[in-house]
Write a protein of this length. Structure first.
Length: 260
């Protein structure tokens, strides 16, 4: 399927590895020129070189912390005024219990997982609306739909972002701009490896056994891949997805037992 994106320009956050890289790769395959950012310069440059070689698109890199005002300014300056696609993404805050967190913990979580995506949207939406076309995809979490007790900081911040998108998406849709959220479950990324390793230590079992336990909780019997996640993101950004507005789409292999 031709996604109709050749020659468009996208910002993809946290794109040096994992789900962000999967999204960048799928967009590059569709002919989209990219501005990608991440904190680690070495991995970021390696990803950029890989995408240029594989797809022949322009890829600009910005090594920064996108959750800071300075980092966002650098990325927006590199992209210029005509951004067609925005994919927001940032690592989740650390796990814990309700009694562990104080005000500053919540402020950090809100800055990373709610206020940063909002600030980026506020920066690019006016131009998208003026040109009559744009796509925003926010990578949030399955915890928005099915809260995870130990991820209270993430539950709170990402739920706030979801509420903002619910209203804003309806306000900009008439100008040809769509905003949607992708909610990943467990994917074969560095975070999954770290979680498997932690579970193995806690239960005194092998990482393979810890992974098998987690796979058993997913109806498809495996982790998702960054590539299939990226394909879903690219479709939401495509010319075929203009009637999908303000949605929260689960990519979790059926692990979340819900009808809504």
């Amino acid at each position: 399927m031709d996604l109709g994106l050749k020659g468009k320009k996208a910002i993809v956050c946290a794109a040096s590895k994992g789900l962000g890289k999967g999204c960048a790769g799928a967009l590059a395959a569709a002919g989209v020129d990219l501005v990608i950012c991440a904190r680690g310069a070495e991995a970021l440059e390696a990803t950029a070189a890989e995408l240029r070689a594989a797809h022949g698109v322009k890829v600009a890199t910005v090594a920064c912390d996108i959750t800071t005002e300075e980092g966002r300014a650098l990325v927006l300056a590199a992209a210029g005024p005509e951004v067609d696609i925005l994919v927001t993404n940032a690592g989740g805050p650390p796990p814990g219990m309700w009694s562990d967190w104080g005000r500053e913990d919540f402020i950090r979580a809100l800055d990373a997982n709610m206020l940063t995506p909002i600030a980026l949207m506020q920066a690019v939406l006016p131009g998208m609306m003026a040109r009559g076309w744009g796509r925003v995809v926010n990578i949030t979490s399955v915890s928005v739909k099915a809260p995870v007790a130990v991820l209270g900081l993430s539950n709170s911040a990402r739920a706030g972002l979801t509420g903002f998108v619910a209203g804003t998406a309806r306000q900009v849709a008439g100008q040809g701009v769509t905003i949607n959220n992708l909610q990943p479950g467990m994917h074969a990324t560095d975070r999954a490896v770290a979680l498997d390793r932690g579970a193995a230590r806690a239960q005194n079992i092998s990482e393979e056994d810890a992974r098998a336990q987690r796979w058993a909780s997913i109806p498809v019997g495996r982790y998702g891949t960054a590539e299939e996640f990226g394909a879903a993101c690219a479709f939401l950004c495509s010319v075929h997805a203009g009637f999908i507005v303000g949605q929260n789409i689960l990519l979790d292999g059926g692990a979340t037992n819900t009808t809504m």
